[in-house]
Design a protein around this ligand. Structure first.
Ligand code: 5GP
Length: 303
């Protein structure tokens, strides 16, 4: 047996080494596939940049040079020049970019791809795991982007202090909700957290689509799936936490819950995070203003 290699490698049992090799091969394959999709235009560079904010993702592991080489009309020489201009070193991977580097790279990508907007969706749905901050992003959009119309849901839960009927929700009792269901007035509805019912009134959504207005639905995952089924042309955006640890912190808080509740919440979070694959876009909620700006960019027909 060779005595070369670092001590960690030498200490690694055979089974682990086989597993690590397998993982490395799978990661390389995933990167090759990502490069192919970038080159063919199946996935937009801005989307790849957004997803590279998720630690451990294939996008995060993509080297800056490979990213740049996927652009039409960028060859090795040009890629090097652009990289130098952006102040990014050759071996950098997208996940390791500093804040300023990322900003510059995004600016570069926007400049190059700005002329080819994708189709503007008639409706955008924002969903994501519990406690990821969908409500905060939606509130930010309501306050800063007046051209975006937020769908007002009906709910059977009681208003919280400061919430207005008709602005934040239509607060209805069980009979009222049943009547809306019987009249087929709801585009989608769900019982959230096993407690109250929430639903999206169909009328305003169709109206906004007819007027070509930007319409946003902030709803739970079950509701998002129903919209996908009934309006396949809607764009589904998944709001993701910056990392798994961050979501766990937000969910479990300061550990005031018992072990059983903690386990239950973590299980739910795992299932909810897995739903990301069903969505058209992922936005990482690292900073609310940035996440909101990216969402509005997509709503306006950006890619
Ligand atoms: P809250 O009671 O905190 O305002 O909202 C609780 C959850 O209900 C959030 O996850 C929110 O996304 C979801 N929700 C709000 N409105 C609707 C809706 O119309 N349909 C569905 N399916 N979920 C909704």
């Amino acid at each position: 047996m060779s005595t070369n290699g670092n001590p960690q490698q030498r200490a690694m049992p055979e089974v682990d080494r086989v597993a690590a090799n397998r993982a490395a091969i799978a990661a390389r394959r995933a990167r090759a596939e990502l490069k192919r999709r970038l080159r063919s235009g199946e996935v937009s560079p801005l989307r790849v940049l957004e997803q590279s904010r998720v630690p451990g993702s294939t996008e995060a592991s993509l080297r800056i040079t490979d990213f740049l080489l996927s652009f039409p009309a960028i060859g090795a020489v040009k890629a090097d020049r652009v990289r130098d201009e952006l102040g990014i070193s050759e071996r950098k991977r997208l996940g390791g970019l500093g804040g300023l580097q990322r900003e510059r790279l995004e600016g570069f990508v926007r400049e190059r791809t700005g002329a080819v907007p994708s189709e503007r969706p008639p409706l955008t749905v924002l969903a994501g795991p519990t406690a990821v901050g969908k409500g905060t992003v939606a509130t930010y959009i309501r306050e800063h982007y007046p051209e975006v119309r937020l769908s007002v849901s009906a709910t059977t839960r009681a208003p919280r202090p400061g919430e207005e009927h008709g602005r934040h929700y239509f607060f209805v009792d069980d009979e009222g909700f049943d009547r809306m269901l019987a009249a087929d007035d709801l585009l989608e509805w769900a019982t959230v957290h096993n407690r109250h019912r929430y639903g999206t009134p169909r009328g305003p959504v169709l109206e906004a689509a007819a007027r070509d207005e930007l319409m946003l639905l902030e709803i739970d995952l079950q509701g998002a799936r129903q919209v996908r089924a009934s309006m396949p042309e809607a764009r589904l955006v998944f709001l993701a936490p910056p990392s798994w640890d961050e979501l766990v912190n937000r969910l479990v808080g300061r550990g005031t819950e018992g072990a059983e509740e903690r386990e239950r919440r973590l299980e739910t979070a795992k299932v909810e995070l897995a739903a990301a694959e069903e969505f058209d876009e992922i936005i990482v909620n690292d900073e609310v203003p940035r996440a909101a700006a990216r969402l509005v960019e997509l709503m306006r027909g950006g890619s």
